[in-house]
Ligand binder design. Structure first.
Ligand code: TYD
Length: 209
């Protein structure tokens, strides 16, 4: 199922999704949107941050379950995505969603489990995939001062390939035919990318209602 007015940004670490979200938040139209991210800032998301920081070490399968649990709360919970879209008449734009699980956990514990855990979540109307080589993206986040468990060239190379496979699959999936996938060359300038993004977001149904 595709949810109207639901937008997802995806890409490997350092691809630049957060920068583009910041730009959208500063637009005059920003009151029409609710913004959020996964992992969420609920308890489930906070626990995931400890795993990502290497403080808690778990089997990769457990981590896949936890990302899916955090997502369930994000979608269906109080003040969640469905509530924002259906009851508050907002468009929702989020940084990372189930495609992150299919790509990152696809690498750490194989494709099957993340696929199974994520098959029933609603799909976004727009999916932006920020594509960049890991060498370049890691360069961008190098100065940040801390490193999370997936932030290395070998892991992100596999993750990027997994993302590209997943996208190809969704491009051919009948149940995803109403989800528009936009692949962005994330090496372009911040301004160029923000123009491309706005050209799609400005056509969301929320602006015609
Ligand atoms: P990120 O979104 O880059 O946030 P920050 O910039 O605050 O570090 O980091 C989240 C990490 O979580 C990123 O490495 C990808 C990973 N992740 C998964 O492995 N699976 C998922 O389902 C999600 C949502 C994120």
């Amino acid at each position: 199922m595709v949810l109207d007015n639901f937008v997802v940004f995806e890409g490997i670490d350092g691809a630049g999704t957060s920068t583009q979200l910041k730009i959208l938040k500063s637009r005059p139209e920003s009151s029409r949107f609710d913004f959020s991210a996964e992992p969420t800032d609920c308890e489930t998301g906070r626990f995931l941050r400890q795993i990502l920081g290497g403080k808690v070490e778990l089997d990769p399968k457990t981590t896949a379950f936890l990302f899916a649990a955090d997502r369930a709360e994000h979608i269906y919970g109080k003040n969640g995505i469905i509530d924002s879209i259906k009851n508050k008449n907002k468009a929702v734009i989020i940084d990372r969603y189930l495609f992150s699980s299919l790509a990152y956990q696809g690498v750490s514990c194989g494709k099957e489990l993340p696929r199974k855990l994520n098959e029933d979540f609603p799909l976004p109307q727009l999916l932006f995939f920020f594509d960049i080589a890991p060498e370049k993206s890691l360069n961008r986040i190098k100065g940040r001062g801390f490193t999370e468990i997936y932030e290395n060239s070998e892991y992100l190379t596999k993750t990027r390939n997994q993302y590209l496979d997943v996208i190809k699959e969704y491009q051919n999936l009948e149940s995803a035919k109403d989800m528009k996938i936009i692949i962005i060359d994330a090496t372009q300038s911040v301004e160029e990318i923000s123009k491309i993004i706005w050209s799609h977001i400005s056509k969301l149904p929320i602006f015609n209602s």
